[in-house]
Ligand binder design. Structure first.
Ligand code: MG
Ligand code: MG
Length: 262
């Protein structure tokens, strides 16, 4: 069941997503060699709660095991998604870290992810980041009223596979509103003209998860952490958007992060 949002609801979603954007910026400012992902988690948790919201990831139920222990997902290098923050995960020069953040503010959810560089990264890693972020915007451009969900996946997949990268199939984007995960699912792969038709009021998170090597992934014994099978790095960028007057309105933002050159 897809819940289309009113203009007022879209503004509430925008507020929750702008708080995610601010939180990601605060975390990004702290990303450097020597910092632990537990420290980044504390920064995010404090910032979200100080702004009257709740980190939606904290305690998020797991179909395979216990609830998520962190307030953000911190996925380093070959961790694709759902990395668990911890004192033992110390960032080092040349790493990348995807920080995925969710908020619940005034009854509506924010959800956005940015992959940060730790110090200097290799040129091929930079290319993975650039391609994944570009693929996100290709997907957003394909989110047009009257077009179909498969058009988004096609845009992401064709952009990334043309660079020889893998497109993860096991995890997908999603509708978002009062719940962090609503219908419809928004895969990062697909056929043009397939899937549900998009309408004004549709609010979705588009989130390409792209691997430098093959697209095969596996779950760690903690039942959260997802790694690439071949150990090569993965990138993850996510925006929440609303369809509005026929086209996509991006409710989250990377503007502050990019202004800082992160
Ligand atoms: Mg997310
Ligand atoms: Mg999401």
């Amino acid at each position: 069941m897809i819940y289309l949002k009113t203009e007022d609801e879209i503004e509430l979603l925008r507020a929750a997503n702008q708080l995610v954007a601010q939180t990601l910026t605060e975390v990004g400012k702290a990303v450097r060699p020597g910092v632990t992902t537990a420290e980044l988690n504390t920064i995010a948790d404090t910032f979200i709660r100080d702004h009257g919201a709740v980190p939606t990831f904290k305690g998020f139920p797991n179909p395979y095991g216990g609830p998520f222990p962190g307030s953000i997902c911190t996925s380093v290098n070959d961790v694709v998604v759902h990395g668990v923050p911890g004192d033992s995960v110390i960032l080092k020069d040349g790493d990348i870290i995807s920080v995925d953040c969710g908020t619940l503010l005034n009854g509506f959810c924010g959800d956005s992810c940015y992959t940060f560089r730790v110090g200097e990264v290799a040129p091929e890693v930079q290319h993975l980041l650039d391609t994944t972020k570009a693929a996100l915007y290709k997907g957003i451009e394909a989110a047009i009223v009257g077009h179909r969900i498969g058009d988004i996946g096609y845009a992401v997949q064709s952009h990334c596979e043309a660079q020889g990268y893998g497109v993860v199939r096991e995890f997908v984007g999603h509708g978002i509103g009062r719940e962090m995960h609503e219908d419809p699912q928004v895969p990062n792969y697909g056929q043009r003209g397939s899937g549900k038709q998009m309408r004004n009021g549709l609010c979705i998170a588009i989130e390409p998860m792209i691997t430098m090597g093959t697209r095969d992934v596996y779950m760690m014994p903690d039942r959260w952490t997802i790694r690439t099978r071949d150990g090569k790095p993965a990138a993850h960028f996510e925006h929440t958007i609303a369809l509005h007057n026929g086209k996509a309105d991006i409710l989250s933002s990377f503007a502050a992060i990019e202004q800082l050159g992160l």
